[in-house]
Design a protein around this ligand. Structure first.
Ligand code: 0O2
Length: 206
């Protein structure tokens, strides 16, 4: 277990740092009195049991985990509107403290399950007492509606291990469609919503 703790140490450090940095983007927008494309940020280090299971199903040897498994450190950025995803992606691409090495667009290419999200794999240098360790991390960017669907589906997946009864499968597909339509509707009234949010923030600050 101590071996795992040692192995995971830079990932834990990275997740904490990335959470603070990405949350900072929201603060910067707020200070400039601009609507933030970042609504909230969550982060986690993959539990050891999940790492072991994934390594076994993907045939990744333990001595290749640092290169072979890119979501041991996972960051999730939630936003209000689909267009915010592009803005956040651009901001991350232009940062000097991390390097985007791969992008996966599950919004253009929705997964068969109905899953939508934009994934960035980044290289991130962590400073340790033994020097710099460059780790891979996965940043998932999604709207609140995409996140609602993914969270529910993820929970159900635990129960059914992906083998959904037809009725549940259909319901999940309907829910994915509803989340898609919700995103579209919200985009249509985006300006109206953002105006109201500015007014609300101003009033709260009085
Ligand atoms: P958890 O519990 O979220 O940490 P590969 O296709 O093998 O190259 P992999 O690892 O499947 O790569 O990568 P992918 O599909 O780019 O991203 C995996 C992560 O995306 C998952 O992590 C989920 O967080 C999310 N994800 C992908 N597909 C779905 C889906 O159909 N439903 C939901 N709810 N989430 C999805 P993990 O490893 O499953 O674990």
């Amino acid at each position: 277990m101590e071996e795992w703790e040692k192995f995971l140490r830079p990932y834990k450090q990275a997740v904490e740092e990335l959470k603070i940095k990405l949350k900072g983007m929201r603060k910067d927008y707020q200070l400039n009195r601009q609507s933030s494309p970042v609504e909230f940020v969550t982060a986690r280090v993959k539990p050891v049991q999940s790492i072991i299971e994934k390594a076994s199903t993907r045939d990744i040897p333990y001595d290749r985990l640092r290169e072979g498994m890119y979501d041991i450190a996972g960051i999730r950025i939630m936003c209000q509107f689909v267009d915010d995803i592009k803005v956040i992606t651009e901001l991350i691409r232009s940062r000097a403290d991390m390097k985007v090495v791969e992008e996966r667009d599950y919004i253009e290419n929705t997964k068969e399950s109905g899953y939508r999200s934009y994934h960035l794999i980044i290289e991130y240098p962590v400073q340790t007492i033994e020097g710099t360790v460059v780790i891979l991390a996965e940043i998932q960017i999604r709207t609140l509606a995409m996140n609602f669907w993914a969270t529910i589906e993820h929970t159900l997946n635990y129960k059914y291990s992906g083998e959904y009864p037809p009725e549940i499968k259909k319901r999940l597909q309907n829910a994915a469609e509803a989340a898609y339509l919700l995103d579209q509707e919200m985009s249509e009234i985006r300006e109206e919503i953002q105006d109201a949010q500015k007014y609300y923030t101003k009033k709260r600050n009085i």
